[in-house]
Design a protein. Structure first.
Lengths: 459, 111
């Protein structure tokens, strides 16, 4: 048996498509300075992003990958290529080959020569299922889906890296696979080594949201203070052959890594911590322990794993109508009473002129909005809870009216009724803004693994 | 309440974060100090959390305990009124709901 491979460093350059374009630079600088094998991952594919990308691709066959891909990769591509740091990302979205072409053009522009790009495909389920298979897995909706993509696992990514890919581009994969794939390629873990697969998955789970594990989405002044949040660093994890790993962050950045930040990200979006289902393994966090090794260094051990599920979770997206929103603010004495009167006026007008918009939701932002329910139970204190602030004392409040519309013209009626409050509504209203947003509804399907053919190519 | 305890919001003793999946919310509650773990287990119960979120009509509230981390995870089913794809709430993901859970009144030793 050859000697144990050295640890693998994995950095994250983005936790979602709206993340900071400059965040990967300190991460790559850190990977180079530490030396040793390293990988950089980018997670930019949220659930509805992929459905929107499918729609874009329908309009333009060259589109459908992450539109800001070049902004994320340009700052780091040359350093990664020159230092042998592979980049792995799901920025392929609905068009992984389109993303590959974009990256190859970028490499040529930067004088890096031919870029070896691995492309992982096979997540598009509609392209693979027979009508009979589709009938067996689909949910209650009878209309045609816009898209249906399975969450693939880490195997395709691992295969591309073993074949020498400098960048690996995927469509829909389980986010932790972006880290587990590199770990499989580096350590050669067997695909039924459940405990190590689970450890690699949890390492990926801590990396996949960018700064959320190292001080981002954490600060609560006076309770949880975070140094230099404006320059919060992104995570760098060091994973060992036995599956234990240390969570850290890019050198010379803001933020912090401690047991509190790691616990918040560890549990994020987990339901049953003893059974976190992924395409590669079922991870079990019930025996996990953390140990602080030093400033901004926390070791994670005790992750256990169980056999992977027989099905692949698949998200199917459907046309979902429109969200209509209109807002107007009131300030000074009696502001809340004026805002409530405006709400009554808009409700009455919509009941008469756009009856299809029911139910209409009215929020008083600054008194009762985020915690409130559509029916107004919370805002009225009917469940025994009081909305924040005594209403008669609040002197700056924003009315928000929202409804679902099946037609865009219906949505416009809501926004016009709020706009008309400028001359027809209560005294002193100002700052009208409105928005009409197309929506996509989704269903989860569970497709037998054998029906889905993941495949990969090195371009 | 005893003379040695006071009623405080849970936010003084614990922190947490909200995640969402479809119409379901998962909210962690993590003790700042290990010494407070037993009282959190005793007082931050499924029933009390369900009552706090009553206006959202949860179909089920499940609490998972991770004693080694002094953390618990609450899963509140069907409280997002449609979730990110369909809710009318400004915060369709329900990301701010950790703030509601952290308002839960608890009896804590006077520090």
């Amino acid at each position: 048996m050859p000697s144990t491979p050295p640890p693998l460093l994995i950095g994250c350059g983005a936790g979602f498509s709206g993340d900071r374009w400059d965040a990967a630079v300190p991460v790559v600088r850190t990977l180079i300075a530490r030396g040793g094998p390293a990988v950089l991952m980018f997670e930019t594919l949220a659930e509805r992003t992929l459905a929107l990308a499918q729609l874009q691709r329908r309009q333009n066959p060259a589109a459908g990958f992450e539109p800001t891909l070049e902004r994320f990769i340009r700052p780091v591509l040359a350093d990664c290529v020159r230092h042998g740091i592979p980049i792995v990302g799901n920025f392929g979205a609905a068009n992984p080959r389109g993303a590959a072409a974009c990256l190859q053009a970028l490499a040529a522009e930067l004088g890096l020569g031919a870029l070896r790009v691995g492309v992982v495909e096979g997540d598009d389920v509609l392209a693979q299922l027979s009508p009979d298979q589709l009938a067996q897995v689909r949910g209650p909706r009878t209309d045609a889906p816009v898209s249906a993509n399975a969450y693939l696992g880490a195997q395709g990514i691992a295969a591309c890296l073993r074949a020498g890919a400098q960048v690996v581009v995927t469509g829909r994969v389980a986010d932790p696979a972006l880290a587990l794939g590199p770990l499989l390629a580096h350590f050669g873990w067997a695909d039924d080594d459940w405990d190590r697969l689970a450890a690699g998955t949890i390492a990926g789970h801590l990396l996949e949201c960018g700064a959320q594990v190292c001080g981002g989405y954490f600060a609560d002044p006076g309770l949880k203070d975070v140094p230099d949040l404006a320059h919060v660093g992104f995570p760098v994890l060091e994973v060992r052959a036995d599956g234990r790993f240390v969570v850290g962050k890019a050198d010379a950045t803001g933020g912090c890594v401690d047991e509190r930040t790691v616990k918040e990200q560890l549990l994020y979006e987990i339901h049953d911590p003893a059974a976190y289902l992924t395409p590669d393994v079922v991870a079990d966090l019930s025996e996990v322990t953390l140990q602080t090794l030093g400033p901004d260094r926390v070791q994670v051990s005790g992750v256990r794993g169980h056999a992977r599920p027989d099905t692949l979770k698949t998200t199917a997206c459907f046309e979902g109508g429109w969200l209509a929103e209109g807002e107007i603010s009131y300030a000074g004495p009696n502001a809340v009473a004026r805002a409530r009167l405006a709400a009554q006026v808009v409700r009455s007008r919509l009941a008469e002129w756009a009856p299809g918009l029911q139910p209409v939701r009215c929020d008083l932002i600054g008194v009762a909005s985020l915690f409130a329910d559509d029916a107004g139970t919370w805002a009225a204190g009917q469940d025994g809870l009081e909305p924040v602030g005594r209403m008669q004392d609040v002197q700056d409040v924003r009315l928000r009216v929202a409804a679902r519309a099946s037609q865009r013209s219906e949505a416009e009626q809501l926004t016009r009724e709020v706009l008309a409050l400028y001359t027809c509504g209560p005294a002193g209203g100002g700052g009208v803004r409105s928005a009409i947003t197309p929506r996509l509804a989704s269903e989860s399907w569970f497709v037998p693994r054998a029906w889905i053919k993941e495949h990969w190519s090195l371009l | 309440m005893t003379p040695d305890t006071a009623t405080v919001p849970l936010a003084r003793l614990a922190h947490g974060r909200t995640g969402d999946k479809g119409n379901t919310s998962s909210i962690s509650v993590i003790a700042y100090e290990a010494q407070h773990w037993p009282l959190l287990v005793e007082q931050v119960t499924e029933a009390r959390v369900a009552a706090l979120f009553a206006s959202r009509r949860p179909t089920r509230v499940t609490r998972y305990l991770l004693p080694r981390l002094q953390a618990m995870n609450f899963v509140l089913h069907d409280i997002l009124e449609g979730g990110v794809n369909d809710a009318l709430n400004l915060d369709a993901h329900g990301k701010s709901l950790s703030g509601l859970l952290l308002t839960l009144p608890v009896q804590a030793p006077k520090a």
